[in-house]
Structures are given as C-alpha cells and as structure tokens.
Design a protein around this ligand. Structure first.
Ligand code: DAK
Length: 261
C-alpha cells in the first residue's frame, strides 16, 4: 500500500494514513487503500485498532480539495458515498477504534476521527469543518456525527462559522477525551488499546454494538438490545473464566488472557 501503513502489534494494530506531503488529505486512492486495509484486519487476533496520521503536523487535513475541485454533481455524490462507506465500515467495525489525532483534523479529517469510538489528540491538534468556506457541506458524515457528539448547538456553530478549534477547546466540548504532548500521544493510544485488548473480546464487541446501535433507538428498544447482548455473553468461555477467576479467592493465581474473539 502506498498511502496506508498497517502494523499489528500483538492484540492491537495501528493504521497510519500516510500521505504526509499533502498533510494526509484523503483522495480516492487513500480511500481505496483504507477500505482494503480495514477489510484485511484479522479480527480473530486484533482486538483494538488505532488510526493515526503520518508525520508530526497533521492527522488528516480533509478530503483532497484538488481532486474535488473539478467534480460534477454526480461525481461529487459518488465521492461522498465512497468516503461515507469507508467511514461507516470503520464505525461499525466489531472491535473498538481509537483515533490518535496528531495535528490537523479538518473536514474529512475531523469526520474520520468521529467515525472512531474514542478520540485522543496531541496538543497541536486542530479540529474543524471548514467546508462552507469552500462552497460545500461536510460530506463524510460531519453534519450527523458532530451534532451527536457535541450537541446540535455547538455543531451548528462550528459548521456554520467554519472556525477551527484547538485541542483544549476540543477537550472542553467533549470532542476528544484527552490531550497529550506529541511524543506521548501514540504511547497513550497504544496503552489504551492494549488495556482494551486485555478485556473479554466478545463482551467488548457487544458493548460497542449496544452503545452504537442503542443510540439510534428509543430507550425501550435500546434496553432490550442491551439485554440481548448481555445474555449473549453467558455460556462463553470468557464469561465463565472471568467470573470464576473473581470467585476464586486464591490470591496467587494470575489472570490468563481471554481467548474468544
Ligand atoms: N487537500 C489537498 N491538499 C491539501 C489539503 C487538502 N485538504 N490540505 C493540505 N494540502 C496540501 C497543500 O496544498 C500543500 O501542498 P503543496 O503546496 O506542498 O503541494 C501541503 O498539503 C501542505 O499544506 P500547506 O502548505 O497549506 O500547509 P500549512 O501549514 O500552511 O497549512 C492547513 C495547513 C491544514 C491549515 C492548510 O493546508 C489547509 O487549510 N488545508 C485545507 C484544509 C481544509 O479546508 N480541509 C477540508 C477539506 S474539505 C463531500 C465529500 C467530502 C467532503 C465534502 C463533501 N461530498 C462529495 C458530499 C469533505 C470535504 C473536506 O474535507
């Protein structure tokens, strides 16, 4: 792959968008490679994915403006669909995805980070949806995911004004969970990924499904979904082992890694 690097490190993996010369802007080739890379993740062994950008300056500086500038209406819609399909694939990946936002996360960059389960960023990160300044709307889910994450009022302000916000403000409004120095960011993401990967994989996946799908339901339906996913954890080897380990009062015993994926 030319524009996407992928490295599995035991039970978690790091996907790096690698088009540093254009601040990792997303063109069709990058989206294609992202799609193939996500399809190729070994979900039998990878329990958490980290998404980051190459270099020190940018996570993803948006969709490629050069490529978009000459599109017709039909091509624009097709480009939007391509991005949306890839981002949705990331969002619905059975395992948790952490965005380690290492700089600019503008337009499609902010949008891809919002397709991830958890966002953490470096102190030089900048978030924004500058599309209306370019004569377009956010096209990779920004109008939908930003409003769900930070509330409609704040999302509307960011999108209508096209104003970028820095890491501290992103933290304040709940767009990111934590801010680190550039050097600390990836180690922090890896520590979190390894911590998630230590927990029972079926239970973690069911939590992701319950939260994501439950948010689109009314509370009565959502609670039923939770009941079903809770029930589905029982009789698994991991549930039996996790509870037996707790109930076993032998303090010398070391907890074995959970097995099921
Ligand atoms: N596209 C293409 N190239 C980009 C780029 C981008 N989004 N962002 C940066 N680059 C390129 C620059 O052109 C430059 O290339 P060279 O001149 O060296 O060849 C190189 O990266 C370095 O950028 P700068 O020289 O500009 O670096 P600075 O540090 O001065 O500025 C910056 C960094 C991030 C503030 C600036 O590059 C910038 O403002 N970039 C554009 C950010 C932006 O507006 N992003 C949002 C793009 S719009 C849709 C589908 C998708 C979307 C919308 C609709 N449908 C089809 C419905 C999504 C839209 C977007 O994401």
């Amino acid at each position: 792959m030319e524009f996407v690097l992928y490295e599995q490190k035991g039970t978690y993996a790091i996907l790096t968008i690698n088009r540093e010369k254009a601040l990792n802007a997303l063109n069709s080739a990058v989206l294609e490679e992202l799609d193939k890379t996500i399809d190729g993740i070994d979900l039998q062994t990878v329990r958490c994915l980290i998404v980051t950008g190459a270099g020190q300056k940018s996570f993803v500086a948006g969709a490629d403006i050069g490529e978009m500038s000459g599109l017709t209406k039909a091509q624009g819609e097709a480009f939007g669909k391509k991005g949306n399909d890839v981002f949705r694939k990331l969002e619905t990946l059975p395992i948790p995805v952490i965005a380690a936002v290492n700089g600019f996360a503008l337009g499609g960059g902010c949008e891809i980070s919002m397709s991830c389960d958890i966002r953490i960023c470096s102190d030089n990160a900048v978030f924004g949806q500058p599309e209306v300044g370019l004569g377009i709307t956010p096209g990779f889910g920004g109008t939908q995911r930003l409003a769900r994450l930070v509330g409609a009022g704040m999302a509307k302000q960011m999108i209508y004004t096209a104003r970028n916000i820095k890491a501290d403000e992103a933290l304040r409004i709940g767009l990111v969970n934590a801010v680190y120095t550039q050097e600390e960011l990836l180690p922090a993401a890896e520590k979190m990924a390894a911590g998630i990967a230590k927990n029972a994989p079926i239970a973690v996946r069911n939590c992701k499904k319950a939260i994501n799908e439950g948010l689109d339901m009314d509370m009565d339906e959502a609670i039923v979904l939770e009941e079903k996913l809770f029930g589905a954890c029982f009789e698994t080897e991991d549930q039996r082992y996790g509870m037996a380990f707790f109930l076993d009062k032998n303090k010398e015993k070391v907890k074995e890694p959970f097995k099921n994926c």
